[in-house]
Design a protein around this ligand. Structure first.
Ligand SMILES: [Zn+2]
Length: 122
């Protein structure tokens, strides 16, 4: 599915934010006091993630290439290709951040393993 979207409310062009349904506070309380309902609530919160506009939090995002998307892009005086390129830049930045985060996690895990080995052998 093409992730390059335009918001029909504010005109934002780019990629959506995915949010969890429900409340993190309720989830925490359920986990602290009732394990099974907490588990069910956690699964439900992550079962389908609504995609919202990062700018106005609206859920009315449409693909740039769709007929409605094309109209919205034209209203901003841009071509569909320009809008797609704009959105693609954001995807590239996000992928770069994800790779950096993965690298940091790997370094942390390797560091923890080395520390464990060091403290076990000494
Ligand atoms: Zn918006």
């Amino acid at each position: 599915m093409d992730n390059r979207l335009i918001c029909s409310q504010c005109g934002y062009i780019g990629i959506p934010n995915e949010i969890n349904k429900g409340s993190g506070g309720v989830e925490l309380i359920l986990w602290l006091f009732f394990i099974i309902p907490g588990l069910i609530y956690s699964v439900w919160r992550r079962s389908s993630k609504p995609r919202v506009c990062p700018s106005c939090h609206s859920q009315s995002l449409v693909p740039i290439a769709s007929p409605v998307g094309r109209d919205l892009v034209a209203k901003q005086g841009k071509t569909v290709d320009q809008a797609k390129a704009e959105a693609q830049k954001m995807i590239d930045v996000k992928n770069k951040k994800d790779r950096r985060l993965l690298l940091i996690l790997c370094i942390l895990v390797v560091g923890i393993i080395f520390l464990k080995i060091f403290f076990i052998t000494n």
